[in-house]
Every structure is written in structure tokens, then in C-alpha cells.
Write a protein that binds this ligand. Structure first.
Ligand code: ATP
Ligand code: HMH
Length: 533
């Protein structure tokens, strides 16, 4: 996959952004340089354009040796450069050509000579797809700048029909809470991909990154809707975490590698509970908390407080995981409402599988507990799972048949198999401690907002887990676990603490799993999306 673009020595835009984006999208990146640009996060200070013959020599060096899947062009700078690239492309037409008609940088600096605009407009007709921002779309079409998305879509559709080139309409420059990228096919078909706006100044190079990643996915054979959904989702994460890079003091770059790092961490086979985190024999409550907090973060206070020394020690040991859940991408987006609907649907479909199995684990605890109060509690909870709690799931999934059909995932089955094994094969103190995080940590997330606004897209979910009946259930579970631990042998108690911590970690994995599948696996089919939006 070849990028033909200018440079950015601070790594945020141009060929540097393209190579990082191509890598992130799963391709092998190559780059031919059109212009050497002295720029940083504050803007462009100088541009050196090497002779056009020299670019032609670079391109020949590539095509003499390498067969390309796709080409992306960015900053072309001058009419001579545009012509050199056009000549080379005509001799070596790639299967996929994405043209990002770069004219003006986010900083406002011109990256194309004004007299080269007409050449750029003609050049665009060579493309499979062009990715103009709102201002560039106006230049391309020779029409006034679109005021809103509908106007931009109509402009793009007219231009696309006339030229036979597809357009991705990007609403990044419009003032809206949603940012939508829409693929407009030459026959007028539309594939909208919705994303939420990130309040950030780290958007240097977003246009380059989108175009390069899109070319890579299309070059790999993905259809336009699937490719654009992947790119938009990946770029959203890169923008969201761009500021953490702390690169420059102006408009910073996006973090192209954030997803790769997150997935690498998720793939780690390191043990979830370190050897020695739990004593072999747990004799005194403080033994556990002391070990768990000696070398790690402490975490938030429990929204439903512990009911005695044993559950207090469990919270202290599990609190870093409660903190990790609170700060996880999935839960943070669920709580602030920016979670893509497809991810929520995937999560909820898995949770429906989970609750069916969880209810069996609770019924097992009801059957094996000697204490009549515990028996009654587990039995009520088992039923509550499948009647009341699952109502939420049934309601949501009834209108999303594609999500409702998703089979049980490996993360869901490893959690539920673990719970069932603890309930079926271990002393009841262990089974009870394993079942506790599902109550306790859900109440924790349910309580994260002081108030749930009516228009919150996931209000139903948040309200379920802050409901007084649910919180009462959490207290019930805490009471049972406190008594079970108090009565247990120290070795069994230690097993119970281990099971509790493992279950906390399973909870984190369970929430995060929806961010580890491709958007095409969690979103409704494109046809359905078109019909429902
Ligand atoms: N603030 C934001 N929040 C969420 N997504 C954004 C934001 N800004 C940009 N994007 C994403 O990046 C894509 C490209 O952004 P934009 O429309 O700003 O392109 P551009 O102007 O060509 O970029 P460039 O600054 O590189 O020239 C958008 O379509 C959108 O997917
Ligand atoms: C080289 C280059 N290409 C594109 C852009 C647009 O962001 C930029 N700033 N620099």
C-alpha cells in the first residue's frame, strides 16, 4: 500500500501519519514524498518541493519492483506534481485509489498552490473514492460551503454521479455532537457511519489518517461500508487518546497505535491474580487487603458499602479492578452515552447469554447452601435474573434481531463456566464469593452518574442497576458472603478470595469484549442501518 504525500517531521500528518495508519489497518506501508514540509502542531513554516522528475523517479522505483494493492494520495502541492502523479497512475492504474484532496491544513495553512486547484479537481476523476472535508468538497464541486450534513451529502451525490467517483463525506468540520462519515456510491447509495465528536484539539492529521486507513482496508478487499466502519471506529479511538501522547503544544496528533496497544494488552497471558496476592490460609481480614494494596493502586470507595470485615477486605483487594472497570473504554463510553450502539447490542446479547448461565449458578448455590436464609436469597436471585433483569435485554434485542442472534463468545463462556464450576464443585463460600462481583460491580457502575438524564441512550441500563431493588439484592449477597467467609476454614476462605478477584477480572473482560470485535460483527448489516436511520 503506497502513500504519495508530503512530510511532517513531528509525525502527525502526511507520510508519517499514512504509514502509521496503514500499519494500524493491517497493511504494509510505503511512501513516496511529494513535498518536504517544515511543520509542527502549530502549523507550516516552510515547504520544499523537489523537482517533479524526482517524484517520478520515486514512483518508478516502486512500480518497477512492487505490485500494489492500493494507493492513497495526500498533499500534492503544485500542478507539476499533480501531473507527474497522474501520468504515473495512468501507466500503473491501481485497483484502489483514494484521493484525499488536500488543499488547506487544519491549521489554516495552504498545502496546494491556488493555481493548482483546477488540476486537483481534474485529478480527482482518477480516484475510486475521494475524501474531501466540507471546505474541499465546496472547491471540488464549485459550490458554496455546505451548511449542514444534508447539503454536503447532496453536493457529494451530484458530483459523484457526474464524475463516476465515490465520495466519503466527513462532517468533522461541522458543528454537531455527532460526526458522521458517509460513503456515497456513484449510483447514489449511502453508507453512513456514525461516531461521536471528541472534545479535543488533537485532530492534526485526521484527514490523512482516515484516507490512508481506508485505502488499506479497501485494498485488502473489504466492501466500502465495512471498510469505512472499521476506519471510523479505529480513528475515533486514536482521536480520543491523542492528547495523552503529549506531542507538541498546538493541535496534537492522534494516537494511531492506541488500538494495537490495547489489543496487545488484552492478549496478554499474564496471570490475573498474582501468586502471593492471596495467602494460602486467610486467617485475618487485614492479611488480604494488606497484600493487595502493597504494590498497586487502591481504587474507588464502594457505592454499596461492605457489611463486615471480610467483605471490607474483599473490596479493598478488588477495588483496583473496580477502578479499571470504571476507567475502561467500554464503561466510560456507556456511562457518558458515547458508546456506539452496535457495541452496546453486542454486550447486551452476551449479557443475555450470561444471565441464563448465571441464574443456573445461583440456583446451584440455592441447592447446596445449608443456611436457609442463603438458600432463599440465592433462589430469589436466580429467578430475578431471568424474569426482571432479562426484561431489559429482551426489550432492546427484540428490535435488533441481528444482535439477538449473536452466539455465546469465548469471554462470556469462560466467565460463566468459571462461575458454574465454583458453584458446582467448590464449597459454598467459594461459589458465593465468585457470584458477588456480578452484583457489587454492577451496582458500582449503575451509581456512576449522580442522575440519569432522560435522553441518555442507555438510561434503561443505568436505571436497572441503580434501582433500589437491585441494590437490596447487592446487600443480600454481601450478607451471605460475609457469613459464609466468617464460618469458612481459612484455606477455603483464601480460595473464596481468589475466586472473588478472578470474578472481578472476568467482569472487566466481559465489559471490554465488545471493543475487541470488528464493528461489522457488532453493527447491524449496512442494509438494515440504511433502513433504520
Ligand atoms: N473532534 C472529532 N471527534 C471525532 N472524530 C473526529 C473529530 N475530528 C475529526 N474526526 C474524524 O476524523 C475524520 C477526518 O476529519 P476532518 O473532517 O477534520 O478531516 P480533514 O479536515 O481532512 O483533516 P486534516 O486536518 O488532516 O486536513 C472525520 O471524518 C472524523 O471521522
Ligand atoms: C504533509 C501534510 N499533508 C497533509 C496535511 C493535512 O493535515 C498536513 N498538515 N501535512
Amino acid at each position: 500500500m503506497l502513500s504519495i504525500a508530503g512530510t511532517d517531521p513531528t509525525g502527525g500528518a502526511g507520510t508519517a501519519a499514512d504509514l502509521k495508519s496503514i500499519t494500524a489497518a493491517g497493511g504494509f506501508g510505503m511512501a513516496a514524498v511529494t513535498a518536504v514540509v517544515a511543520q509542527n502542531t502549530h502549523g507550516v513554516s516552510d515547504i520544499h518541493v523537489p523537482p517533479a522528475q524526482f517524484l517520478a523517479a520515486q514512483l518508478r522505483a516502486v512500480s518497477d519492483d512492487v505490485e500494489l494493492e492500493a494507493v492513497k494520495t495526500g498533499m500534492l502541492g503544485t500542478a507539476e506534481i499533480i501531473e507527474a502523479v497522474g501520468t504515473w497512475l495512468s501507466a500503473h492504474p491501481p485497483r484502489v485509489l483514494v484521493v484525499d484532496p488536500v488543499m488547506v491544513a487544519t491549521s489554516g495553512d495552504r498545502l496546494l498552490e491556488p493555481e493548482a486547484e483546477q488540476a486537483m479537481i481534474r485529478f480527482c476523476s482518477l480516484a475510486t473514492v475521494v475524501t474531501p472535508n466540507i471546505d474541499e468538497l465546496a472547491v471540488l464541486t464549485g459550490e458554496p460551503r455546505a451548511h449542514d450534513e444534508d447539503e454536503a451529502l447532496a453536493q457529494a451525490a451530484r458530483w459523484s454521479e457526474a464524475t463516476g467517483v465515490a465520495v466519503v463525506v466527513k462532517t468533522g468540520h461541522l458543528d454537531s455532537r455527532e460526526v458522521t462519515n458517509t460513503w456515497i456510491g456513484t449510483d447514489g447509495t449511502r453508507h453512513p457511519v456514525h461516531s461521536t465528536r471528541v472534545d479535543t484539539t488533537s485532530t492534526h492529521g485526521t484527514g490523512c489518517s482516515l484516507a490512508a486507513a481506508l485505502a488499506t482496508r479497501l485494498g485488502a478487499g473489504e466492501d466500502p461500508a465495512t471498510a469505512l466502519a472499521w476506519v471510523t471506529d479505529w480513528l475515533h479511538e486514536a482521536i480520543l487518546h491523542g492528547a495523552e501522547l503529549q506531542v507538541g503544544s498546538g493541535n496534537g496528533p492522534v494516537d494511531h497505535a492506541h488500538r494495537a496497544r490495547r489489543l496487545a494488552a488484552a492478549g496478554s497471558a499474564a496471570p490475573w491474580v498474582a501468586g502471593g496476592a492471596v495467602p494460602d490460609r486467610w486467617e485475618q481480614p487485614a492479611q488480604l487487603a494488606a497484600r493487595a494494596t502493597a504494590d498497586g493502586p487502591t481504587g474507588p470507595a464502594a457505592s454499596v458499602p461492605p457489611v463486615g470485615p471480610w467483605t471490607e477486605a474483599l473490596w479493598a483487594a478488588g477495588a483496583p479492578l473496580a477502578g479499571a472497570i470504571e476507567g475502561s473504554g467500554f464503561v466510560a463510553a456507556l456511562v457518558d452515552g458515547s458508546l456506539p450502539e452496535g457495541q452496546f447490542s453486542f454486550y447486551l446479547a452476551q449479557d443475555a447469554h450470561y444471565l441464563q448461565r448465571y441464574s443456573r449458578a445461583l440456583a446451584t448455590l440455592a441447592a447446596t447452601s445449608e443456611d436457609p436464609a442463603a438458600r432463599e436469597f440465592w433462589s430469589d436471585s436466580s429467578r430475578h435474573c431471568v424474569d426482571t433483569e432479562l426484561e431489559l435485554h429482551r426489550g432492546w434485542l427484540a428490535t435488533r434481531p441481528d444482535a439477538a442472534e449473536v452466539a455465546v463468545s469465548p469471554v462470556t463462556s469462560s466467565y460463566t463456566d468459571f462461575l458454574l464450576a465454583r458453584a458446582l464443585g467448590d464449597p459454598t463460600a467459594v461459589g458465593a464469593a465468585a457470584a458477588l462481583p456480578c452484583f457489587w460491580l454492577y451496582a458500582q457502575v449503575g451509581a456512576s452518574l449522580p442522575e440519569v438524564p432522560d435522553e441518555h441512550p442507555y438510561a434503561g441500563w443505568l436505571l436497572t442497576y441503580r434501582d433500589p431493588t437491585f441494590v437490596e439484592g447487592v446487600r443480600g449477597a454481601l450478607g451471605v458472603v460475609e457469613r459464609e467467609l466468617g464460618a469458612a476454614d481459612p484455606a477455603v476462605r483464601a480460595e473464596a478470595a481468589r475466586a472473588f478477584l478472578l470474578a472481578c477480572r472476568h467482569e472487566l473482560e466481559f465489559f471490554e469484549q465488545a471493543r475487541r470485535v470488528a464493528p461489522s460483527a457488532v453493527a447491524p448489516s449496512p442494509a438494515l442501518a440504511g433502513a433504520t436511520r
